[in-house]
Each structure stands twice: as structure tokens, then as C-alpha cells.
Design a protein around this ligand. Sequence first.
Ligand SMILES: [Zn+2]
Length: 173
Amino acid sequence: MMLFGHLGLTGFAAQRLLSDVTIGWQEFAKLAFCAMLPDLIDKPLYVLGLAPVNSSRIWGHTLLWSLTFCLFCWRFWSSLWPWALATPAHLILDRMWSHPRTLFWPVLGNRFDGILPMDLSHFQFLKFLKWRWEQSPFSLVFDTIAEVAGVVLLTLLLKKIGIIQKKEKGTDK
Ligand SMILES: [Zn+2]
């Protein structure tokens, strides 16, 4: 899953679960940081050629990292609590259970699941989509629906926070 699915769906869940907390732009920034943290760690490593396998889901997408980060925030970085829970939520939205060696690293051995059949650093996006359709049409359709829903939910959240301003009708006469 990509940016909008993570931010929109996690933002929606946070609004529902933390109904007593007012989400302003600062809270949204913390939520966005935690929701994207696995990708913020792993994608640069992949692009820089530092990933041990051909995948942009490595250490940042492990349960070990996610739980350690949550525990650390809960105990020592209270301003990021409970927003840190968006980090394990990222693993759920990425459906990491289909990559068990990565999710449970190092319990199943010191190896990660290689996911990508090609080097995406050359922007072979259409080839990548074709490959994903051949692998699992369901997962491609799920991700596409989640991205579209994410755009809608994120827009609603940003409007509520006031980051996106509603246009006032009839004020420019
Ligand atoms: Zn991810």
C-alpha cells in the first residue's frame, strides 16, 4: 500500500478510536510520521542499495521493530503516544502476514522475503503493476480501493483539522 491508504485509513481509525482526543495539525503530523515510519526506514535503504533482498520491506516492516518502537514511545517518548500505534497498523495495511520471514524476523531465520521480481529503481511501474496483477489480482484491487478510500478519508480529515480550507461561497463579489 502507498501513501494515501496509510494516512487516510490510519487517520480514520485514529478519529474513531481516540474520539476524546482533538486531532490538530501537530497530532496529525505525529500520526503521519508513525504511520509512514516503516517506509521512511526501508525505502531509502532499498533505493540506496542497502537492502539485503530485492524488497523495500525489510527491518522497518518487522514486528520486532514495530513493537520495540511502540514500547519505547509508551515508556520514554510520551508525546508520540498513542500515535506510535500507527506503526504496527502500517504492517496490517501492508498485509505483512503474507511475508512471514520479514514480519517475524529473526524468529524464522536471519532472512527477509524478497518480494520484487525487478529493479524498481528504473521506474518500471507499468511492468510492476502487470506483475502484481499476475501474482494476485485481489491484492492489487484491494490496494487500489484502499488508496482511493485513503484519498477521500484523508481529505475529510484535513478539512476537519483546517489544513484544507473550505471555499467560502459568495465572498469574492
Ligand atoms: Zn510499507
